[in-house]
Design a protein around this ligand. Structure first.
Ligand code: ATP
Length: 387
């Protein structure tokens, strides 16, 4: 259903417009207002997908209606209807945000095409807004504790520079989120953000994954292929679980960092790359260096800036906000209404041991939303999330 409002003081024209639209498409639900003030009032109270608005009207003219409506419902498109004397004004309303204008008496074809176009665009605008919200919500960094504020400050300072950053912290503390924001807030944000999970790639494939290969470099290399460093050119590469990288891959990464160039496996041709490196690990790299598992020179190259992400147990003040955030996120993912958590339920959750960190907290919130009552209570927590 598309809700359309016709604001027109001339009864005959109003009737014609309503008739044309209702007969054109049974999905059009058309309402009418006989002057500008009434029209604006209806816009305030309802969500219309489109308004058709006459320019010359008593009480409040169409330009005023448009300007006021833009303030309260900017997403509602306006098609202005102009009479003989106000064509210039009609053209000017486009600058004020009107979608289009039609002249009186309305030409049937032009009217219907403009209406269709305006409705299509409205749908796109709304879809786009939902998508954008979804994307930014996924990466929202929730928390106001001293610990998280320090991290946010650090991101703001470090992001605009090209400095390499090493992010440390236990599993599920939000290291990837930090890396994402370093990229987003940098001048490279229009470029790619390429993530490589070094622990998930078999040792024998990591070099080819990072640097690419040429045909014949190894048995399965049937054609030339670019690696992640090349893919991340002009952007950021995020080396997650960097502590799990083989020593030979470490040597190649070191060269890429020192000389800003790489070569594909099986080739000695150098390729220049302009990539910012952000790495993360849950390992204690100092210990790995002592054990001979990690190159000290690479460590110093990577850890120009060190960001330590605290575990959830060290920032319990953020737990209530995180619960609310996840409850909201899960409700919108599942298309259900958001459940509230009682104060006591939140306090109990706040006292738990969250060694599994934020990822574990999110899973618990999801479980409680599915299994708990209308309002998630302390009993629900004890039953379904006891530790
Ligand atoms: N401050 C935060 N606010 C909201 N969500 C968060 C926050 N920190 C982490 N998350 C969410 O928790 C989950 C785990 O975060 P993330 O993947 O960044 O952790 P990680 O430290 O990279 O984990 P791993 O070491 O296992 O790769 C993600 O879904 C992330 O969006």
């Amino acid at each position: 259903m598309s809700k359309i409002l016709v604001i027109e003081d001339e009864a005959a024209i109003r009737r014609v417009l309503v008739k044309i639209l209702t007969e054109e498409n049974e999905q059009y639900e058309v309402e009418q207002a006989e002057d500008g003030a009434k029209g604006l009032d209806m816009i305030k109270k309802n969500d219309y997908d489109l308004a058709l608005c006459d320019i010359k009207m008593p009480k409040m003219d169409g330009v005023e209606v448009l300007q006021e409506a833009r303030k309260i419902k900017p997403e509602t498109p306006f098609i202005m209807i102009s009479g003989h004397g106000d064509l210039d004004t009609a053209v000017n309303t486009m600058r004020l945000g009107a979608f289009d204008y039609i002249s009186k008496p309305p030409d049937l074809n032009r009217l219907l095409t403009t209406v269709r176009n305006a409705l299509d665009r409205k749908e796109l605008v709304v879809e786009n807004r939902i998508l954008k919200k979804k994307v930014s919500k996924r990466y929202e960094m929730i928390g106001e504790s001293g610990e998280i504020s320090k991290i946010k400050d650090m991101i703001d300072k470090v992001a605009p520079t090209d400095a390499r950053v090493l992010i440390t912290g236990a599993n599920g503390t939000g290291k990837e989120l930090v890396a994402h924001w370093i990229h987003e807030k940098s001048s490279r944000s229009a470029g790619p953000f390429i993530e490589v999970n070094c622990a998930a790639i078999p040792t024998e494939l990591i070099e080819s994954e990072l640097f690419g290969h040429v045909k014949g470099a190894f048995t399965s290399a049937v054609k030339d292929r670019a690696g992640k460093f090349e893919a991340a050119n002009k952007g950021t590469i995020f080396l997650d679980e960097v502590g799990d990288m083989s020593l030979s891959a470490q040597a190649k990464v070191l060269r890429a960092l020192q000389e800003s160039k790489i070569s594909r496996v099986g080739s000695d041709k150098d390729i220049k790359v302009d990539v910012r490196v952000v790495a993360a690990t849950n390992k204690n790299l100092q210990e790995e260096i002592e054990k001979g598992n990690f190159r000290e020179d690479l460590y110093h190259r990577l850890a120009v800036i060190l960001i330590k992400v605290p575990s959830l147990n060290d920032r319990r003040d953020d737990i209530p906000m995180l619960i609310e955030h996840f409850a909201d996120q899960i409700a919108s993912e599942q298309g259900s209404i958001q459940k509230k958590f009682s104060k006591k339920a939140i306090t109990l959750l706040q006292s738990y041991d969250w060694t599994g960190n934020i990822r574990e907290l999110r899973n618990v919130v999801e479980r409680l939303i599915i299994l708990g009552g209308k309002e998630v209570t302390e009993d629900d927590v004890q039953l379904f999330a006891s530790k």
